[in-house]
Ligand binder design. Structure first.
Ligand code: PHB
Length: 495
């Protein structure tokens, strides 16, 4: 017998917050939604939508320009919590990548979710006319290869263009030591290359041969969760400062969801959730019951765990975001503060390549656009990127470097000394070495493991003041922009 929770046990603001996040994440939702669209999509009152949006924006989960709202990369932390707790991407991700290389076809992993399956790992091969599912996508069980494997006991299943003309796939189940099907691995192809039968003949023997290894990886004991940013309840002082629009119980419920990301397969008891969130047991319990009722959390033998439905909260839309999408809004904010152009670049051999840019006035003789390349040694972003490499990883310098202006540092030894200084200072300022009249200040952008993955800069005309003045005025702003980009990238990174 199950005892239904009394209706008063659920947390209304949490339920309403999740329905707004769902509406923003719906596969057919516009990229940005107006508050009135959200009213229509959720059936909530306008004032409620306003308060929910303002709370979600405070939490960094959505962005809003006052008129329109859209999901922020940080929303991916919720999906990241499920993916980390499930252990599936960590256990199978590398093997799935290798299988995709070996077969030269898309390989994915899906888990059961209600009447459908949800994709949790995807190694896509971009091919003409091929739709592949994104991480977080929910597909009706009868429209894809893995669907039937969770109900029947078959060894494999095929998809003969069930979801899309031309798309064929075969899938095999992966079971836990108790022989329950945990997930399914699919290989997807196109009718221009395979029929279901020929795909099965080509890949099944090897998939079945690997199954033991994949199942062992799934069953292997997992490392304990890395300590993510502590989930901490708002203090009364903060609550006063946040004002009456801040829905504390929504914030608390989402903190509970994130805290469950620390589960490493056994589930978490109420006490552990209360401890991780700093919430009173009764408060944590109400959030858990609400989340359970809405299908985001499961509970067995008093252990709570996240369910795949969490991926409904922005995952499919956000998991494909790249560096450019993440950086662009932060560059725009930076430009608003410093009134100079800002860009983001990555290292590409001995060059930097621009991947995002927000211009103000043009101060270079050539137009810089996304894709523009410059020699790394003569640019501030390049020096920051080179300084992030070990000396062995840096591109070799053969003799002297070409002088691009009368100021360019051309001696390899001098450049090495400069790079050591850039590494120590954690920023670079380059004055008219790439082009006369152009000065640039750059700082590194690091991933969750501390590796420099990009550089962000502001550029100004050398006539605007001294290099020292530029550093004083802009370095703190630049560092702040880099920190925000890093936080968004960390939210998108698999844990
Ligand atoms: C995919 O990974 O894109 C995929 C998987 C199973 C299908 C179809 C496509 O049935």
């Amino acid at each position: 017998m199950s005892i239904a929770a009394p209706p008063t046990a659920t947390v209304g603001p949490l339920e309403r917050g999740l329905s707004v996040l769902c509406a923003l994440s719906a596969p057919d939702a516009d990229e940005r939604m107006r508050h009135s669209d959200l009213v229509r999509a959720t059936g909530l009152a306008r004032a409620t939508v306003d308060r929910v949006v303002s709370t979600l924006a405070r939490l960094g989960l959505v962005r809003s320009d006052g008129r329109e709202v859209w999901p922020a990369p940080r929303l991916m932390e919720l999906s990241g919590a499920y993916l980390a707790a499930s252990g599936i991407p960590a256990a199978l991700g590398p093997a799935v990548d290798r299988l995709a290389d070996e077969f030269d076809e898309s390989v994915s992993v899906a888990v059961p979710d209600g009447d459908g399956v949800r994709f949790v790992v995807q190694a896509a091969r971009r091919r003409h006319m091929n739709l592949t599912f994104r991480i977080g996508d929910l597909v009706p069980a009868d429209r894809c290869a893995p669907g039937t494997l969770f109900t029947g006991g078959q060894d494999w299943a095929g998809d003969d263009q069930l979801i899309e003309p031309g798309l064929v796939a075969v899938a095999v189940p992966l079971r836990d030591p108790a022989r329950r099907t945990v997930c399914a691995v699919s290989v997807a192809s196109h009718t221009s290359r395979h029929t279901v039968q020929s795909l099965a003949e080509a890949v099944l023997p090897r998939l079945l041969q690997r199954r033991g290894t994949l199942e062992s990886a799934l069953a292997a004991p997992r490392a304990t969760a890395p300590s993510s940013a502590p989930v901490r309840d708002t203090s009364p002082a903060e609550k006063r400062e946040l004002g009456p629009d801040y829905l504390q119980s929504l914030a608390r419920g989402l903190a509970v969801l994130r805290a469950l990301g620390a589960d490493r397969g056994e589930g978490m008891p109420l006490t552990a959730v209360a401890e991780a969130t700093g919430l009173a047991r009764a408060t944590a319990r109400r959030s858990l019951l609400t989340l359970e009722q809405l299908g985001y959390v499961g509970c067995a033998r008093r252990q709570f765990r996240l369910r795949p439905r969490v991926l409904e909260l922005g995952c499919a839309r956000l998991s494909g975001l790249g560096l450019t999408d993440v950086a662009q809004p932060h560059l725009a904010d930076l430009v608003r503060r410093v009134h100079e152009s800002a860009s983001l670049a990555v290292l590409d051999g001995a060059d930097i390549r621009y991947v995002a840019r927000v211009p103000t006035v043009r101060i270079m003789s050539i137009d810089i656009t996304v894709g523009t390349r410059f020699p790394a040694y003569a640019t501030a972003m390049g020096r920051v990127l080179l300084a992030g490499l070990t000396p062995g990883e840096r591109p070799a310098v053969d003799g002297r470097l070409p002088a691009l202006t009368g100021h360019t540092v051309t001696s390899a030894d001098e450049l090495t000394a400069l790079l050591d200084k850039v590494a120590a200072d954690d920023h670079a300022l380059v004055d008219q070495e790439l082009e006369e009249g152009l000065r640039s200040l750059a700082v590194p952008v690091r991933d969750g493991r501390g590796r420099v993955v990009a550089a962000v800069n502001v550029a100004q005309h050398a006539g605007r003041g001294t290099p020292e003045e530029m550093r004083r005025a802009m370095l703190p702003e630049l560092r702040q922009a880099a920190r925000l980009i890093e936080a968004d990238l960390a939210a998108l990174e698999p844990r």
